[in-house]
Design a protein around this ligand. Structure first.
Ligand SMILES: [Fe+2]
Length: 386
């Protein structure tokens, strides 16, 4: 009898999930497929917070545990090495990254694809769904950071050696761990770019808190807090991420935080904070741990349920063009996923190589990145040429 009852409940839950998916997710997406530049054409006054205005706690090498004793849930807070300690910080990729990763050598020429070369809204080679530009390869992570790995990048990478994940966390020497809880994820972002580029267009994770740890190199991030990203920009979900549908209204008071990471930086940011990331050339190792909190569900229940359902059944739309079983086993993030296709369709009319295709919102954000990069590097900013 019990078996039938369980079976009945499962069937019922399945039907509810399917109806929710159909009426909430697909109906919602019908209305947002045709965005264009006008949706991002308003120019409100942005309240800009510089890197130095982010709440920061300074620490000494190997003594982060003295100031960071637990996961910073719901906080946007940076833990940074004291200026006098920076010279003592050392990260040895050969010792710490004993693992293979799936990496890709990107050809910024974006052959045979529609591309947006430099944008906070659109990924390079946006329509490169069939991996025409650079094949994925499995390579040792430390090699990626040497001369031999020049031009390679591994995003949302999973390590083949799972010990590497705990090793990286243990380097922090803090008295807690994000692992072992019901749901936690980790992803590595390892790159050795020849030219700088925006490695992630604006997106947000509505489900989890994150901590971004910069072990080597540097990245410039723009962060949009939820009142700006979710409310004013009407971000909508696709899979487990949120993407903006319009720029804030003229009477709105949107906020943006500029953050440039340094080796040793540990930055916590809460769920639904929109962000875009610019990666500097050369060896770069960033690691992201995520932690799910049940309270996050109450903030945005519809998005939460949708993201979970899409995560579970989102394999629909997968069209593996690269049949390498070994790569498939290691790397679970799939560019051809149905939800990614929807996002790309949503932004399609804004994608192009010419300046005129860029939205005003994008131009404003790029301008902030440009000024920050000039401040950090001390030299004029050069937009990617090819
Ligand atoms: Fe992200």
């Amino acid at each position: 009898m019990g078996v039938f009852k369980t079976f009945g409940v499962s069937v019922l839950l399945g039907i509810v999930a399917a109806l929710f998916q159909y009426f909430v997710v697909y109906e919602r997406w019908k209305n947002v497929r045709s965005l264009d530049r006008n949706d991002f054409a308003r120019n409100p006054n942005w309240k800009v917070y510089q890197d130095s205005e982010i709440k920061t706690v300074y620490y000494e090498v190997d003594k982060l545990g003295e100031v960071l004793k637990e996961w910073q849930h719901g906080e946007f807070i940076l833990y940074r090495l004291k200026e006098s300690e920076k010279a003592k910080y050392n990260f040895d990729p050969v010792k710490e990254l004993k693992s293979d990763v799936v990496a890709r050598k990107l050809d910024l020429g974006c052959k045979n694809t529609e591309a947006s070369k430099f944008s906070t809204m659109l990924t390079n080679c946006l329509f490169d769904m069939k991996f025409q530009n650079g094949k994925e390869e499995i390579i040792p992570a430390p090699m990626l950071l040497t001369e031999e790995g020049s031009g390679y990048s591994a995003s949302f990478a999973n390590f083949t050696n799972k010990d590497t994940v705990s090793n990286l966390w243990n380097l922090l020497k803090v008295p807690f761990s994000p692992r072992g809880k019901a749901v936690s994820f980790e992803q590595a972002f390892i790159s050795n770019l020849k030219q700088p580029r925006i490695t992630a267009p604006f997106h947000a994770n509505p489900l989890t808190d994150s901590v971004a740890i910069q072990y080597q190199g540097s990245k410039t991030w723009l962060f949009l807090p939820p009142p700006t990203y979710v409310s004013m920009m009407k971000s909508t979900f696709a899979g487990s991420a949120l993407f903006p549908k319009r720029s804030p209204n003229l009477e709105d008071k949107p906020e943006v935080y500029i953050y440039t990471s340094q080796p040793g930086d540990v930055l916590f940011f809460p769920e639904s904070w929109g962000h875009t990331v610019y990666t500097y050339p050369g060896a770069n190792v960033m690691f992201n741990f995520r932690q799910m909190y049940s309270g996050n569900f109450l903030h945005q229940p519809v998005i939460w349920v949708s993201a979970v359902i899409e995560h579970l059944i989102g394999v629909k739309g997968n069209d593996w063009t690269q049949k390498d079983e070994d790569i498939r086993k290691i790397q679970k993030i799939v560019p051809q996923k149905g939800e990614n296709v929807r996002v790309q369709e949503m932004y399609k009319s804004m994608c192009g190589e010419e300046q005129k295709h860029k939205t005003d919102f994008d131009k404003q954000m790029l301008d902030l990145i440009r000024k920050e990069v000039e401040r950090v590097t001390g030299s004029p900013f050069q937009e990617i040429q090819s």
